[in-house]
Design a protein around this ligand. Structure first.
Ligand SMILES: Nc1nc2c(ncn2[C@@H]2O[C@H](COP(=O)(O)OP(=O)(O)OP(=O)(O)O)[C@@H](O)[C@H]2O)c(=O)[nH]1
Ligand SMILES: [Mg+2]
Length: 1122
């Protein structure tokens, strides 16, 4: 970068009102990076001829090879409009779903975004996703409809057709915006309603909200995209042109003499012009008239393309002269029409002009940050802004002011950490040589040359070199370059100490929200779980100690800002300080920040809300080094990878495997490449993808596998079934006909009766959606139970809990579920999963719902320790099911009875014996009665705590452990007596394909157990959009296969959507005559569930029951007993 322009950038960074932080968002391949190229070329960073071909922002090698962006990266651009100068911090983001977490990191630090839509493909799934992301972050969007050239060249539309097609796209995208807006208004209204119900008096004092005001009254017109609003431009990034209607309004107002304002309103829409009368009228007044947009704009562009493609030299010249352009001789003579088009168009309608003007005009500066966004950023979890401590609330003003004075608190958000090669850091780059140094070098080279010549002649020169250094020993034919390298090294400044040993180094991708970031400034690093409330509690008000001596507060660190960088795509430039409102890179944070963090000079700042990730990491593989001795490298490499990628997860399983969890196949590939080449730098072997499953139970089927009603047909050979049932449940366990399993602890002191029931699908879904809330309920209840100071449950959370409970009640109706919701005791696994434990035991009431009821109940506290053991048993049972040790989903365990009478008896007698012997020893027989009475009035727990463990940890181990194990076993058996099923993770998949390859797409889908949900034809094109679901287990290589089978015409996007039950029974064997007829005796035709189950068991090293006994006639007849 030229030094001059760096100074310019530094100067521009100070003018906050003229800064625009924007990101480019779109569906994959809609042309974000190409558009970014065009904008970058306007700054002279790359040549305009290369714009669109270079894809400058795709700086990674794999990005270039695959042709897709994988990381979001930023560049600062300078734009002048009239007398005003703007600084545009542009972030290019990836469109592939696997990398949607990179979009989240970009959106957070921007104020606005450019949504790019392919004019042919229109609104695609990721378009919707990014629009929602922008909406959730409260950033303002503008629209670029790109690839207009494809409408001309590929689809061969007439201008009129193109106009209706574009109108259509705009309608679709506005419909999406409308839907987002409506849901927000409704949500807000619901919120206000509950507020007023809870707190009716607050309303009267302030403003009275008119409840009749509904959606109709809320003005949302500013939200929509429309060319006449100035927030839409039409471009062809590859050909380097683009326009908004303002450009044409200006031209035609001069040419035709109609006011610019009028044209601005009518150039888009169904208006036509009556040239003679110089009047603009509605199209429907006179049919067959072309709208202005077609007549004045599109037709001109079409005729230019037409002329160039037909190589009509004369016409091209005419157009060029009429537009007053000058085309270089080289371009004019070029044989490739594309070159000519871009030569003409990029002068006539420069794309960067159109896009950047819109950005500067329509998108907000950092100063325009809304109060709504600030409050949202500051309120993590279910907090509300009003519930924050006053010191924290005061920071809102700093956000809004975005001030650069010394008193302003420094607030920075780090949205991700990215790795850069140490070589690429500016401080490590060799600085350009001065004239003097160049002369010196030349002299040395000349000398060396002379020496070499002399050596060749056999005379070793021994006199010192000119600059006085030791004579060089070049006698042994040493490479002459060695001296050069030495020189370069001595001129390169030493790298920063912390980066000395690292080949790569991490730079934080961040934005300053308030105050000035200075190199070397000390600052607090607040992790996502940090709570300013906790800090204020621990540290006395107005603390004066230097921050280094502060008492430790969890999730908070104190560090020094390292080097600050201006992000310039592939390059970084050193900065001393960065004023508020700018995007920047920060070095030296790698030991403090894992993936994202909030930095603030005041500890009262809350951490920003976590980034919104759309993709769920679902694809897992185990990795190991090729050479076992390199394990430490792998571990280190995985840690670095985890830091460098916002969405990857790394785990070490109980089995010792190192597991990588990624969002999809492409993401996985990138992570592995990174690991191999960058972070671990070793060869690694990768396992087959580990596919997650869930285990569940279902209602007994009504029909058998050949669709006969069960019970009616004759069971000829109920051989396998009974055998299997028996093998699953060992003898000595009571199971009643209804599936109630009763189990006693090994020491016979407690007996538990458990039943398993499938939860309705909607309930499972509600549980899944509310896992965060469930976690906070569990926390609340446990702190209530322990009698800790439970900070007042905030009204909002309380409401949410009741709402959640209400929803459950709504779906759990009927005799079977009566009162169940009130009796819910725990959720599992990990206390927040989609399974529930219900306590129906009448003696010991216990429930998860916080509130005075559970607090007051003494019974609950009495058996808390024992109860905790039972809950632990339930947690373990739900964590890994009996089929293949995968977590459970959608199961309700009902603890019907919980018999502890023997335990209590034992406890009492133990106590008595103990005391008696004590008393005998001390010879105080007289007081026996008194003592005993006192003893009995002691709380139960205390007794058990004191004596229980000693007397009860018999040969079977501690009683609590026995309870846990018994409960777990009971749950497992209760499951096994019910029809068990596997649940598979499902992707939804959107495929866009032309009609002629549709058949092949379907073939691939059905081969892989996919199910087509919907097929639509895209209006005006021959494209079909297919929406399908596909099991994750069958998805590997799917994208490739589709691409190959359709010669690259269709490419699917896979996004994790939900869990789905596989209908077939993994344990199924034929039992009736019909089934035998149909499936054969061994029934070894494909059973998908069994296949999956056995694969998982094999992987986990569990016993796999495979049919190896071929002719065991005798055995079969023996076990026939039904
Ligand atoms: N015909 C035509 N092709 C274009 C245009 N803009 C981009 N392309 C092509 O579309 C393809 C994708 O362009 P990119 O800029 O890499 O798309 P992207 O949105 O950055 O893609 P991801 O980053 O992977 O999501 C490339 O082959 C471009 O040449 C355009 O205006 N017209
Ligand atoms: Mg890209």
């Amino acid at each position: 970068m030229v030094l001059n322009s760096l100074d310019k950038m530094i100067q521009l960074q100070k003018n906050t009102a003229k800064i625009r932080n924007i990101c480019v968002l779109a569906h994959v391949d809609h042309g974000k990076t190409t558009l970014a190229d065009c904008l970058i070329s306007s700054n002279g960073i790359i040549s305009s001829r290369l714009a669109g071909k270079l894809r400058y922002m795709d700086s990674r090698e794999d990005e270039q090879i695959r042709g897709i962006t994988m990381k979001s990266s930023a560049i600062s651009l300078h734009y002048t409009k009239g007398t005003e100068e703007y600084l545009i911090n542009l972030i290019d983001s990836p469109g592939h779903v696997d990398f949607s977490s990179e979009v989240s990191t970009a959106v957070r630090i921007c104020d606005g975004c450019i949504i790019v839509v392919d004019a042919v493909e229109g609104v695609c799934p990721q378009t919707q996703a990014v629009l929602r992301q922008a909406w959730l972050e409260n950033i303002r969007p503008v629209l670029v409809i790109n690839k207009i050239d494809r409408l001309i060249v590929e689809l061969k539309f007439t201008p009129q057709e193109a106009y209706s097609h574009l109108k259509n796209i705009l309608e679709q995208i506005n419909a999406l915006t409308g839907a987002l807006f409506t849901s927000k208004v409704l949500e807000e209204r619901a919120e206000r309603e509950t507020e007023s119900q809870v707190n009716p008096s607050s309303e009267q004092g302030e403003q009275v909200y008119d409840w009749s005001a509904g959606l109709e009254d809320t003005d949302d017109s500013h939200l929509y995209f429309s060319p006449d609003q100035g927030n839409v431009v039409f471009t062809s990034a590859i050909d380097g042109w683009g326009f908004g209607i303002e450009h044409f309004a200006k031209i035609y107002s001069e040419k035709i003499g109609i006011k610019k304002e009028v044209l601005l309103k009518t150039l888009w829409g169904d208006y036509y012009i009556n040239m003679k009368a110089k009047k603009i009228m509605k199209v429907d007044q006179a049919k067959g008239k072309k709208p202005l947009f077609v007549q004045l704009i599109l037709e001109n562009i079409w005729s230019l393309y037409d002329a160039v493609l037909k190589k009509d030299k004369e016409k091209i010249d005419k157009i060029v002269t009429s537009l007053g352009l000058k085309i270089g001789a080289r371009e004019a003579r070029h044989s490739d029409p594309k070159v000519q088009i871009s030569a003409v168009c990029s002068q006539w309608l420069p794309i960067s002009q159109a896009v950047l003007a819109m950005v500067c005009q329509k998108l907000p500066s950092p100063l325009d940050i809304t109060a709504e966004r600030v409050e949202k950023l500051m309120c993590t979890g279910s907090q509300t802004f009003d519930s924050l401590p006053p010191e924290t609330q005061a920071l809102k003003a700093a956000f809004m002011k975005c001030g650069s004075e010394d008193t302003a608190p420094v607030i920075i958000f780090v949205s991700k950490m990215f790795a850069v090669d140490a070589k690429a850091l500016p401080q490590n780059k060799p600085r350009p040589l001065t004239q003097e140094e160049i002369a010196q070098r030349r002299e040395r080279a000349r000398q060396r040359h002379a020496e070499k010549l002399a050596a060749a002649q056999g005379q070793a020169p021994l006199e010192p070199t000119q600059d006085g250094s030791a004579p060089e020993t070049n006698l042994k034919g040493e490479e002459p370059r060695a001296g050069d390298e030495e020189q370069v090294e001595s001129m390169t400044p030493k790298p920063m100490p912390q980066e000395e040993n690292n080949q790569g180094s991490f730079v934080a991708f961040a934005r300053v929200f308030s105050g000035v970031a200075r190199r070397g400034k000390k600052i607090f690093v607040l992790g996502p779980k940090y709570s300013p409330v906790e800090f204020l509690q621990r540290v006395p008000l107005g603390f004066s100690a230097p921050p280094d001596d502060l008492p430790p507060v969890p999730h908070m660190a104190y560090c020094t800002l390292g080097n600050l960088y201006l992000l310039m795509g592939r390059d970084l430039e050193d900065l001393e300080e960065v004023p508020p409102g700018n995007v920047l890179g920060i070095g030296g944070l790698q030991d403090f920040v894992l993936k994202s963090a909030t930095l603030c000079s005041l500890p009262s700042c809350p951490p920003f809300i976590p980034l919104n990730f759309e993709a769920t990491p679902i694809v897992r593989v185990a990795v190991e080094p090729k050479h076992p001795s390199e394990m430490p490298h792998l571990v280190k490499g995985m840690k670095l990878l985890n830091q460098a990628d916002p969405c990857v997860q790394i785990l070490i399983q109980e089995t010792g495997e190192h597991v990588l969890v990624t969002a999809g196949e492409v993401h996985l590939q990138r992570c592995l490449d990174d690991l191999r080449e960058r972070f671990a730098k070793i060869e690694i072997s990768v396992s087959e993808p580990i596919i997650p499953f869930r285990e569940t139970i279902t209602k007994p089927p009504k029909v058998d596998m050949v669709n006969e009603e069960i019970g009616k047909q004759q069971k000829v050979a109920v051989i396998h079934q009974t055998k299997e049932d028996q093998s699953k449940i060992p003898e000595g366990i009571q199971v009643d006909s209804d599936g109630l399993v009763t189990l006693t602890t090994p020491n016979k002191l407690a007996t538990l009766s458990v039943r398993a029931m499938p939860l309705p699908e909607e309930v499972t879904q509600i549980l899944e959606e509310n896992s965060d809330l469930i976690r906070s309920i569990e926390q609340l209840t446990s702190s209530l139970n322990e009698g800790r100071n439970t900070q007042m449950i905030h009204q909002k959370i309380q409401e949410k809990i009741w709402e959640f409970k209400g929803k459950l009640e709504q779906h759990l109706t009927g005799r079977k579920w009566r009162n169940v919701v009130d009796q819910i005791w725990s959720f599992g696994p990990r206390k927040c999963g989609p399974n529930i434990l219900v306590n129906k035991s009448e003696d010991f009431q216990n429930s998860v719902w916080p509130g005075p009821a559970s607090k007051a109940s003494k019974e609950a506290t009495k058996y808390r320790d024992l109860g905790n053991s039972i809950v632990s048993g339930f947690q373990l049972a739900t964590l890994s099911g009996p089929m293949c040790e995968e977590p459970l989903m959608g199961v309700c365990f009902v603890l019907e009875k919980w018999d502890l009478s023997k335990f209590e008896e034992q406890g009492a007698t133990d106590k008595q014996n103990q005391e008696q012997s004590d008393l005998v020893k001390e010879g105080q027989m007289g007081d026996e009665k008194q003592e005993l009475q006192d003893g009995c009035s002691e709380p139960f727990e205390k007794r058990t705590a004191q004596k229980g463990e000693a007397s009860l940890s018999d040969c079977y181990g501690p009683f609590s452990g026995q309870l846990i194990a018994t409960m777990k076993e009971a749950c497992r058996y209760a499951l096994q007596v019910k029809p068990q099923r596997l649940m598979a993770a499902m992707y939804t998949c959107d495929i866009m394909a032309t009609g002629d390859v549709l058949g092949r797409v379907y073939a691939v889908l059905s081969k892989r157990e996919g199910r087509v949900l919907q097929e639509e034809m895209k209006e005006g094109t021959d494209m079909f959009i297919i929406k399908a679901v596909l099991p994750v287990a069958e998805s590997f290589g799917f994208a490739d296969e589709i691409r190959k089978r359709t010669s690259g015409l269709a490419s699917p996007q896979l996004v994790f959507s939900h869990w789905e039950m596989i209908p077939s029974d993994p344990f199924w064997v034929p039992t009736t005559e019909e089934e035998y007829l149909h499936f054969g005796e061994k029934a070894d035709s494909e059973n998908q569930a069994r296949k999956y189950m056995n694969a998982v068991r094999k992987r986990k090293g569990l016993y796999v029951e495979e049919k190896i006994v071929e002719h065991a006639e005798k055995q079969r007849t023996l076990s026939k007993n039904k």
